[in-house]
Write a protein that binds this ligand. Structure first.
Ligand code: GLN
Length: 455
């Protein structure tokens, strides 16, 4: 808490610090330990954690960094939060994000931008810039994020932290505010691969309250990370994804990435090139599917159920429809409105097949690309972000340049497969570079081993 006090004025990672609750939880754990009641406590018991404000926490305001939810205090905990509490992990507070997790820089937060601890004139990435900066600035040893198109991995790449998007369905989404439900996944942010593995083991597993949760146990992630720390990768095949390099990738990022590949080779891995031709269409298809789901999910913010309500006019003008329109006009920011409009258009009669239908077909082709690549290699690798951290304002006036921040991360969301970013040193501009690993669905442990070997 004292590190948070010292760092927050320059980093602004938190929207809310839940000081009292964190201290109460720590006290409760101390009492449990003093009473000898330690059964079932995991290795991470007592380690505090920050939570992206896209995940609901009972009694702690949850806003998704949107004015439309300002002042809303959830009456329940997300499944992952219940699990953290049961594990004796005190909750430090809620971290900043782009409004409703839509963005790649945290500049779309309705409340404030978060700064990158490596250079406070630069963005920490997004949407989970708050969680990544909190961990990068040593304000929290661990954090949770949500990753719909890269919102855990891209900020981790830009802040020199570890960020993991687990297999879709591997971690319960119950209590994660929905952005694009077929792509959203909760995952860890940490400073080491083993920490991420231990955290994913705490939050993962089947949950009957999430209909897309997979009824299988969490794979042995910490074991894989410990195995990887021995730095012996003999027998492992690493696939270099041809489409995720070249044009648009900063030379300093490619240089660090290539050195990482060389190190994997030095540890005994065999490196092969693989081609995933449909990855080139992933970004375009994502910007049809994601806004379609956003437009549907965000219909619930109607001024009736949560947070903000704006009542326009007088007398007969005060209809429910006018109230809804005025609330949404005042409560949503420009980027969120842009996506709702895009989504409604893509789903509308006469356009549905041409846009949404085609995008879903591309999604299937991306899944097949992954399946074929995993016949040639055990894990796939690429840079996690094509560039290092950019300056504030640099991509705000050009949404397409902002969207391009996620070219390398989106394919895994489209396929529902796991991926992670780990720090790979600094580019020539002195800023962190992220190295990405992809693994097959429900085989998250497969990426933890080489990741732990390389870090
Ligand atoms: N930056 C991407 C977007 O703006 C990803 C967001 C996310 O993963 N939540 O949609």
């Amino acid at each position: 808490l004292s590190v948070i006090d010292a760092a927050e004025p320059s980093v602004d990672a938190f929207l809310e610090v839940s000081r009292d609750q964190a201290l109460e939880q720590a006290d409760a754990l101390d009492k449990r330990i003093a009473a000898g009641d330690t059964e079932g406590l995991p290795e991470l018991a007592g380690v505090p954690i920050a939570i992206k404000d896209m995940i609901v926490t009972r009694g702690i305001p949850t806003t998704a960094a949107s004015k439309i939810l300002e002042g809303w205090v959830p009456p329940y905990d997300a499944t992952v939060v219940e699990k953290l509490k049961a594990a004796g992990m005190p909750i430090l507070g809620k971290t900043n994000l782009d409004e409703f997790a839509q963005g790649s820089s945290t500049e779309h937060s309705a409340f404030k931008p978060t700064r990158n601890p490596w250079d406070t004139g630069r963005v920490p990435g997004g949407s989970g810039g708050g969680s990544a900066s909190a961990v990068g600035a040593f304000e929290a040893p661990l954090a949770l994020g949500t990753d719909t198109g890269g919102s855990i991995r891209q900020p981790s790449a830009l802040t020199g932290t570890v960020g993991v998007k687990p297999t879709y369905g591997g971690v319960s989404r119950y209590g994660a505010i929905a952005m694009a439900s077929s792509l959203d996944q909760i995952g860890p942010v940490s400073r080491s691969v083993l920490d991420a593995a231990l955290l994913q083991e705490v939050i993962g597993g089947y949950d009957k309250r999430d209909s897309t949760s997979i009824p299988k146990p969490v794979p042995p992630l910490a074991q894989a990370a410990r195995e990887g720390a021995k730095m012996d990768l003999k027998g492992m095949k690493v696939g270099l994804v041809k489409e995720l390099s070249g044009d648009g990738y900063q030379p300093g990022v490619e240089a660090r990435f290539n050195e990482g590949v060389k190190l994997l080779q030095d540890m005994g891995a065999e490196v092969v090139e693989v081609s995933c031709p449909h990855f080139s269409y992933a970004l375009a298809a994502y910007y049809i599917i994601m806004p379609s789901e956003v437009s549907s999910n965000l219909a619930r913010y109607d001024g009736m159920r949560y947070g903000l309500r704006v009542m326009p006019g007088e007398g007969v003008e005060q209809t429910a429809a006018n109230m809804m329109a005025a609330t949404r006009e005042a409560g949503f920011g420009d980027e969120v409105k842009r996506r709702i409009i895009l989504g409604i258009y893509a789903l509308s009669a006469g356009y549905y097949d041409a846009w949404y239908g085609s995008a879903q077909k591309v999604r299937t082709l991306i899944i097949r690309d992954f399946e074929q690549a995993f016949q040639k290699a055990d894990v796939l690798v690429s840079p996690a972000s094509p560039t290092t951290a950019f300056k504030f304002g640099e991509r705000m006036s050009d949404p397409l340049s902002m969207y391009l921040s996620d070219v390398a991360t989106i394919p895994a969301n489209m396929a529902g497969s796991p991926a992670m970013s780990i720090p790979a040193g600094l580019s020539d501009d002195g800023l962190p570079v992220g190295f990405q690993f992809f693994a097959p669905q429900m085989r998250d442990e497969v990426m933890y081993k080489p990741a732990a070997a390389l870090e």
